[in-house]
Design a protein around this ligand. Structure first.
Ligand SMILES: [Ca+2]
Length: 332
């Protein structure tokens, strides 16, 4: 009969091996874009910004040598930068280095930054400074929780589990209106909370590969990324445009972009069904029947494994205790 200490030792060893293996996989995942993928200069943007190259400034955007200020910390501003080269890559990663900062207190900021991979560019509108009824992918860094200030039945229950600022992933085929009052809650495919305001710098990596959108975040700009959200089953066409926009309303922030670096992310083996399928002209779509993920799936797997090991340990120790008790000589 194994003693509890022996069982615990074995479980710790198993946990160590599993954790090491998973960490190695995640490390490979995070480093892939930087070591193996091909940089795409025509979709990237670096300082000094004397020349925007293949990008165009729009609206309130101000170009300085060190950064691009999409909006100043003033009310009712809209600004954007749009890449003017269509994207012919089926799989890509876009690394954005930015800063959101302003005089407003916590929960007194707005409205946020949007990363776009969309059909139409340079059209102002109400969705973080760009057009509504967009066709393509939007990743919104939403600094103002409109839903938090809704009341009664108009407040979506699914928002109660997260705080703003919040990153959300939304896919639109051009037919849906973005609901600001709900912070896009009914359309949100996945996301995470990010305390991005008034940091020195924040980084996100938006990756689209094998029909999967992955958001990696480095909130404090220290080079340590973790998974914000990962959503499978998203089909996007080639030939759309990258853009980044920002807007302010009654509340405001400076929305600054330091650089944009784009990679072709074709390291994964393509799925059989999509190897030869043309992505030119397909309609953007998302498989909405999958469960939403607040955090990355890998961390969920770790939690499940630890829970299973905990249950196993308790059961094994309990069984051992019962066995010892039943074999114990009876007193007189
Ligand atoms: Ca909002």
């Amino acid at each position: 009969m194994l003693e509890c200490s022996e069982i615990l030792t074995k479980l710790v060893l198993i946990a160590f091996v599993l954790t090491f293996s998973l960490s190695y996989t995640l490390a490979q995942f995070f480093s892939m874009d930087y070591k193996e993928s091909a940089h795409r200069e025509q979709h990237s943007l670096f300082k000094p910004y004397t020349d925007l190259g293949h990008w165009d400034g729009f609206g309130a955007a101000v170009i300085t040598p060190e950064y691009i200020r999409l909006t100043p910390d003033l009310k009712s501003q809209q600004g954007a930068i749009w890449n003017n080269k269509r994207v012919d890559m089926r799989s890509w990663g876009v690394h954005i280095n930015f800063k959101i900062h302003g005089k407003g207190a916590v929960n007194q900021a707005g409205d946020g930054i949007a990363f776009w991979y969309v059909k139409e560019r340079m059209i102002p509108g109400p969705v973080f400074g760009s057009k509504d009824y967009f066709s393509g992918l939007g990743v919104f860094i939403d600094t103002y929780g409109n839903h938090l200030f809704q009341s009664g039945s108009s407040r979506s229950e699914q928002h109660d589990s997260h705080e703003h600022p919040y990153i959300s992933i939304i896919v639109n085929n051009g037919s849906q209106k973005y609901n600001h009052d709900d912070d896009g809650g009914s359309q949100n495919l996945g996301g995470c909370s990010v305390k991005v305001r008034n940091k020195n710098v924040t980084q996100i990596l938006v990756r689209y590969d094998n029909d999967m959108v992955t958001i990696l975040r480095d909130v404090d700009g220290k080079g340590l990324f973790d998974i914000c959200a990962q959503v499978d089953g998203i089909e996007l066409p080639t030939g759309y445009y990258f853009g980044i926009s920002a807007a302010t309303g009654d509340l405001s922030d400076n929305h600054d972009i330091f650089f944009v670096q784009t990679y072709e992310a074709n390291n994964y083996e393509m799925r059989v069904h999509s190897i030869h399928a043309s992505r030119d002209g397909i309609i953007p779509s998302a498989r909405r029947d999958r469960p939403k993920e607040e955090e990355g799936g890998a961390w969920s797997v770790i939690r499940i494994m630890l829970a299973l090991m905990g249950v196993t340990l308790i059961a094994a120790c309990g069984y051992g205790l019962v066995a010892v008790t039943s074999n114990k000589p009876k007193g007189t």
